[in-house]
Design a protein around this ligand. Structure first.
Ligand code: PLP
Length: 391
């Protein structure tokens, strides 16, 4: 069903030439036959685009496809994952409000919350999201939302999103989940208790590092959110996705399921292979039974474990030596590319945080983060083994 829908969602309108790929409407503006149809487009009544800062047929097609796949009420495509995340927080918060979340998350999201939004009077309350009681106690009548990553990057922590969804519902605050880590095609976000998903579509959707993008997938439980995004923020912030990125990501979405499942299988094989290498102190992968939340992750998100694997060496310099000697795995950031990538998060993504801040976020100098691609997993393991060998 998912694989069929990903390929067969209708275009907003049949293309004049019957093109079987959604055309890229590389235009900013649209011509109208008369003043009445102009006012209908500008008021949103006709569903016709008026200006590509807020609507474009190629982007609408990507949004429609994601909506069909997730059964969401509305989907908004934005220029990056961070654009999706900043837009949702700006839609939900105001001066004096607070966001209840974890210290375990992507570095720029953490900085958006604790630095940027703080300057506008929005408070971030850091709690342990795996401690349901702590989350409940942190919520008050000024809480704008609960926010978490379904699998945290790079700590690989999995909180019980269903239990958190229940708390959120009882307090009438939305549960916003960054689901970048596992594709939304693999689980039913709404059934799990998530109100709004945000996704960096730069990752699994684009697949080959072709384009930046972000998605807000809204189940419509808090209708004022959709109104704020579609009728206010798209206009005023100008972070809508470009038609070219939407085209690339529509192509990516069509092959997402097969790529993802193969990459997950490869990642499991690599995680197993690394677990028996002397000198590697710890292997992190939610698909390994040794992961502390392995069973929970399976129950919530299904049998696949995603493509991100971490491993620990004795210290930062051994990590650098290993990364320097890699010959197949690329030294690069990004995740879920079809090529395997390696990075030392402590000295890159988190380089502008103090040692104390990184300790509080459990970002360790000993960790290498891998994103496992579509290469033969035995070649990936061999590359790591030879890069660990003393010469
Ligand atoms: C990469 C990433 C983001 C940011 O996405 P961009 O598309 O790079 O802006 C946000 N959250 C998570 C979990 C990510 O991995």
């Amino acid at each position: 069903m998912t694989s069929t829908l990903a390929l067969h969602t209708d275009f907003p309108q049949r293309d004049a030439y019957g093109s079987i790929a959604m055309p890229v409407y590389h235009t900013c503006a649209y011509q109208f036959d008369d003043a009445q149809s102009m006012t209908e487009a500008f008021s949103g009544r006709s569903g016709m685009p008026d200006y590509s800062r807020v609507m474009n047929p190629t982007v609408t097609h990507l949004e429609d496809t994601v909506r069909a796949l997730t059964h969401a009420k509305s989907v908004t495509a934005l220029s990056s994952g961070m654009a999706a995340i900043s837009n949702i927080f700006l839609a939900l918060t105001a001066q004096g409000k607070n966001i209840v979340t974890s210290a375990h998350m992507f570095g720029n999201t953490y900085a958006l919350l604790t630095r940027t939004l703080r300057r506008f009077g929005v408070e971030t309350r850091i709690v342990d999201m795996t401690d349901v009681q702590a989350v409940r106690s942190a919520i008050d009548d000024q809480t704008a939302c609960l926010f978490l990553e379904i699998v945290t990057n790079p700590q690989l922590e999995v909180a019980d999103v269903t239990a958190l969804g229940e708390i959120a519902r009882n307090h009438r605050v939305p549960l916003v989940a960054d689901t970048t880590f596992l594709p939304f095609t693999e689980f039913d976000g709404e059934a799990l208790g998530i109100d709004i998903q945000v996704v960096s579509s730069t990752k699994y959707l684009s697949g080959g590092a072709t384009s930046l993008g972000g998605l807000i997938i809204d189940y419509g439980h808090y209708p004022e959110t959709e109104r704020c995004i579609k009728q206010e923020l798209l206009f005023n912030l100008g972070a809508y996705m470009t038609p070219h990125a939407a085209y690339m990501q529509t192509l990516g979405l069509q092959t997402l399921q097969v790529r993802y499942r193969q990459q997950s299988a490869n990642a499991l094989r690599v995680a197993q292979g690394l677990s028996s290498i002397p000198g590697i102190q710890h292997v992190g992968y939610i698909g390994l039974p040794s992961h502390p939340q392995h069973q929970l992750a399976r129950r919530l998100y299904g049998p696949t474990g995603g493509a991100m694997v971490t491993f620990d060496l004795p210290d930062q310099s051994s990590c650098f030596r290993c990364i320097d000697r890699l010959r197949l795995i690329l030294r690069a950031t990004n995740l879920f590319d079809i090529k395997s990538l390696a990075i030392h998060p402590y000295s890159t993504i988190y380089v502008n945080y103090s040692a104390a801040e990184k300790a509080a976020m459990d970002v360790l100098p000993t960790t290498i983060r891998l994103s496992i691609g579509l290469e033969d997993p035995e070649d990936i393991i061999t590359d790591i083994i030879s890069s660990l060998r003393e010469r």
